[in-house]
Write a protein of this length. Structure first.
Length: 316
């Protein structure tokens, strides 16, 4: 059963009516196809109007939608012969960070991404996409592997942030994230990052210090969550909507600031309504970005990557 957000109540009521009519049509001799078609057109129009005027806070809710495709969904549809690689060779394995080798449209590639999970059991196992130091050190290990064998790196960013627990801090969370960013910037191979849902804080940028950063239309990418920002600035959560607006965390804000290179449009009503179509669109965008980057010489690639981050926000 589909989960609806607060602002989708009129949409939920109309979808329920359509489902009810379809059930009546299938269990009786009544022909109500025309009425169903009319309501479906009305639903599509309502979805279009609603999603074309989402506020930043509503975009944050969509980005966190439990039914949006996650990293493993993208890997399952886009990456052939995927072989997961585990462990950081220092402490242990972190299920929040997925990584391995596979083929993307015939090209060997190293893939990394945070996995939030889609059920209660998998969310707990993957720690809701919040990686610990061993997860970021695993990412470093796999990026160095990619560099050694001259394999492009592809990352999927989807995390509320790095895990903030005492055990993670004791094992060097900040240092692990900083080293991860450093490893991204030092790569001699192309790197493409895609923000597919929630890109939160340093936990996100650890996988997004890339040559090309792409973002889905209703994804968000920010230094802090709206809730965290509101609690720090106003000491209360009532200003979360204001915080979301001030953070400039929406895809088109980020495009204007130069934080991302491309916004990938989602299916009508968000990626959670058409996950396969959304994943295929992401695949096409990744392929275009990789073709551009693979045409560059190694020294140019690294120089342009560093320059990219030095000029962020200059056009604002």
């Amino acid at each position: 059963m589909r989960t609806f957000l607060d602002f989708e109540k009129p949409i939920a009521e109309l979808e329920s009516k359509i489902d009810e009519l379809r059930h009546i049509s299938s269990s009786s001799e009544l022909n109500i196809a025309e009425e169903v078609t009319r309501l479906q057109d009305k639903l599509n129009s309502m979805l279009r109007q609603t999603y074309n005027k989402l506020t930043p806070w509503q975009k944050a809710q969509v980005a966190r939608h439990a039914e949006r495709p996650h990293t493993l969904d993208y890997i399952g549809r886009l990456i052939e012969e995927f072989t997961p690689l585990a462990g950081d060779r220092l402490f242990g394995e972190d299920a929040a960070m997925i990584g391995g080798i596979g083929r993307f449209r015939g090209r060997s590639i190293v893939v990394l991404g945070q996995e939030k999970g889609s059920t209660t059991e998998t969310r707990i196992r993957h720690n809701f996409g919040m990686a610990r130091p061993e997860g970021y050190r695993k990412a470093q290990r796999l990026m160095r592997l990619a560099d050694r064998f001259r394999l492009p790196v592809l990352t999927f960013v989807d995390t509320p942030g790095a895990y903030p627990g005492v055990d993670a801090e004791a094992r060097g969370q900040a240092e692990a994230i900083a080293r991860c960013i450093e490893t991204c910037l030092d790569l001699r191979v192309p790197m493409v990052a895609v923000v597919i849902g929630e890109g939160g804080s340093g936990g996100a940028i650890a996988l997004a210090a890339a040559d090309r950063v792409l973002i889905l239309e209703h994804a968000i990418y920010s230094v802090i969550s709206p809730e965290g920002c509101a609690s720090i600035l106003w000491r209360e959560g009532e200003n979360v909507k204001t915080a979301a607006e001030q953070l400039r965390l929406t895809s088109f804000d980020l495009l204007r600031l130069g934080v991302v290179e491309r916004v990938i449009h989602e299916p009508l009503g968000g990626a959670h309504r058409g996950p396969e179509e959304a994943i295929d669109r992401v695949g096409d965008a990744i392929a275009e970005a990789l073709d551009e980057l693979l045409a560059l010489a190694e020294p140019d690639l690294r120089a342009l990557r560093r320059q990219r981050f030095l000029t962020i926000g200059a056009a604002a």
